[in-house]
Design a protein around this ligand. Structure first.
Ligand code: XBP
Ligand code: MG
Length: 259
């Protein structure tokens, strides 16, 4: 029986490394479809990722480029239309199986489920994207493994604001001290810590290596597998090759019941 009662997962960069080869590609496909000559290369997209939320990111780009729409075009409608097209392209990309779950994710989800530890999601991305990722990159029915999926525009403020984690905790009906959060980015770390989730594991992703994860008691390069050991950058796995529930329980205890 575990003291920790739930794991709250971020999606992009944590469940799967989606940004560079998923979202970015889908944005560019939506821009091309709309007849725009905008192209977000890997480097530019990396800078734009400082802004969470796809619509907000398009806005930031338009501001940076000084894009002015004609007097009869409503910017919100314009951005919302582009973003809907991007989501369609992103889901189609996931359907090809192009974006696998990260190393160790399916194993840890399965272990938690078998042990009766509840699962939740707290993400900035659009709910449709979460369903598609779990369906096409996970396994059938994986979406139902999660008691709570808090995603997208359901909260007024996106990460690094704590809103989405606060909502996930409310919907779980649990206090932060009963949970462990898993994230990949500095914005996500700020959000989780802001919601009181001190038991927090970061797995660095393609765009977040070397970011400022101050306050996170554990930072890994991935969750790991028996044949693909994880490397601890902050904290330690006690000699284990991968992060499992026992390691999460130790982390939880070290944060909330320090000796
Ligand atoms: C990361 C985000 C999202 C995605 C794009 O989400 O900031 O905006 O980059 O998805 P997470 P949308 O909290 O899971 O790391 O275009 O649907 O916003
Ligand atoms: Mg993320």
């Amino acid at each position: 029986m575990y003291v920790l009662q739930a794991l709250i997962f971020d999606v992009d960069g944590t469940l799967a490394d989606t940004e560079r080869d998923g979202h970015r590609v889908a944005f560019n496909a939506a821009f091309a479809e709309a007849g725009l000559d905008w192209v977000w290369d890997v480097e530019r997209y990396g800078r734009l990722l400082a802004v969470t939320g796809g619509k907000e990111r398009i806005r930031r780009f338009m501001d940076e480029e000084g894009v002015a729409l004609g007097p009869n075009r409503d910017p919100d409608d314009f951005v919302a239309g582009l973003h809907r097209a991007k989501t369609r392209h992103y889901v189609a990309l996931l359907e090809t199986g192009a974006i696998p779950l990260r190393c160790g994710v399916a194993r840890l989800l399965r272990e938690a489920r078998e042990a009766g530890v509840r699962l939740a999601i707290a993400t900035t991305t659009t709910p449709e994207n979460v369903s598609a990722l779990l369906r096409f990159s996970g396994e059938p029915g994986m979406e139902d493994w999660f008691d709570v999926i808090a995603a997208g525009d359901v909260v007024p403020n996106k990460k690094p604001a704590p809103d989405i984690f606060v909502l996930a905790l409310e919907q779980l009906g649990l206090g932060a001290r009963k949970c462990v959060a898993l994230e990949d980015s500095d914005n996500g770390v700020r959000s989780a810590l802001g919601a009181g989730l001190g038991a927090l594991v970061v797995t660095e992703s393609t765009y977040t290596q070397g970011q400022d994860f101050r306050g996170a008691p554990m930072v890994l390069d991935c969750l790991g597998e028996p044949d693909e050991p994880a490397r601890a950058l902050v904290g330690d796995l006690g000699g284990a090759a991968f992060l499992d529930l026992a390691a999460l329980e130790r982390l939880h205890r070290s944060v909330y019941q320090p000796t």
